[in-house]
Design a protein around this ligand. Structure first.
Ligand code: SF4
Ligand code: SF4
Length: 292
């Protein structure tokens, strides 16, 4: 049987992250082919990787594009419930777009029926929208943690564009402008767009509704408010993670602007299988769903 025959055509509503109903039946695999990042968020430490740790940005190891395809092929021989291949780090998939695009093209050529998804900070996205669409990407997640540069400057330590590194207000302004351009451009290309927002107590908790209103105006399809996981060695390590009650309140209060995601599992960059299950990760180890 040809490889492409092992995965029939998936429909957009089978994406388990974008559609809560699909998450019980359909899974995803993250292929960790993107190690580098072009910004530095004050809550992120990608150096702190551990096979047993379950949170976004963590992977057992980085795969080359060809290793990624091999990993996917093995998984598809074992399971028939994978609807989506996503690239979600552990860095930013478009910091080094060649690795990401090579992987996506290889996957699309081998398995044209599987949905393709990319999760990015949006800094380098707008210039690659056409290439992503041409490789078959239908779903994109853009992480937007502030729509006011005065808030954003507290969240982003640096933003690097064409080897030039920016800090403070200027960095936050550049990132925000590029995120808006990218989301608007994605929607013009017919992509399904989710906005991830990391809820950072004392930093952006009073700003989430402003983010929701703004990204709704950009015509994003859904919003996924994610509670901070404080990580050792980062400037936000001492912040207290928002609790379930606070997250429920925040999601309810911003649902007036656009649909909210309630079932995100904060997955590792190499997660595989159903969102809620304990499944083989991209290296064949064991990892529960744990950044997109
Ligand atoms: Fe980490 Fe993602 Fe922020 Fe880059 S964009 S610093 S990988 S959280
Ligand atoms: Fe889906 Fe959330 Fe996991 Fe990303 S982190 S793959 S949106 S469940």
């Amino acid at each position: 049987m040809a490889m492409s025959e092992r995965c029939e055509q998936r429909s957009r509503d089978q994406h388990p992250c974008f559609h809560g109903k699909a998450s019980a039946r359909w899974g995803r695999i993250h292929l960790p082919v993107a190690p580098a990042c072009n910004i530095q968020c004050n809550f992120c430490n990608r150096l702190y990787d551990c096979v047993n740790e379950s949170r976004p940005g963590v992977t057992g190891r980085i795969l080359t594009p060809s290793e990624a395809l091999t990993t996917l092929s093995r998984l598809l021989q074992q399971r028939n419930d994978i609807a989506v291949v996503g690239i979600a780090g552990p860095g930013d998939p478009l910091c080094d777009p060649n690795r990401t695009l090579e992987t996506l093209r290889a996957v699309h050529a081998a398995y044209p029926g599987i949905l393709l998804c990319v999760s990015t900070n949006g800094l380098n996205l707008s210039g690659y929208i056409d290439q992503l669409a041409d490789t078959g990407v239908t779903h994109v997640t853009v992480t937007v943690n502030a729509v006011d540069p005065y808030v954003g400057q507290q969240i982003y330590a640096s933003v690097t564009v064409k080897q030039q590194t920016y800090r403070g207000l200027e960095a936050a302004r550049i990132l925000l402008g590029r995120q808006e351009e990218a989301v608007v451009g994605l929607k013009q290309r017919g992509m399904t767009v989710k906005i991830n927002t990391v809820v950072l107590p004392g930093i952006n908790t009073g700003h989430i509704s402003a983010i929701a209103a703004k990204v709704a105006a950009w015509e994003a399809d859904a919003m996924n408010c994610i509670p901070l996981i404080p990580v050792h060695g980062t400037p936000f390590a001492e912040l207290t993670a928002p609790g379930d009650v606070e997250m429920a309140y925040i999601r309810k209060s911003v649902a007036v602007y656009l649909p909210q995601i309630y079932h995100c599992r904060r997955c590792r960059a190499d997660a595989a299988g159903l969102l809620g299950g304990c499944a083989a990760n991209a290296q064949g180890g064991s990892a529960e769903s744990g950044r997109t």
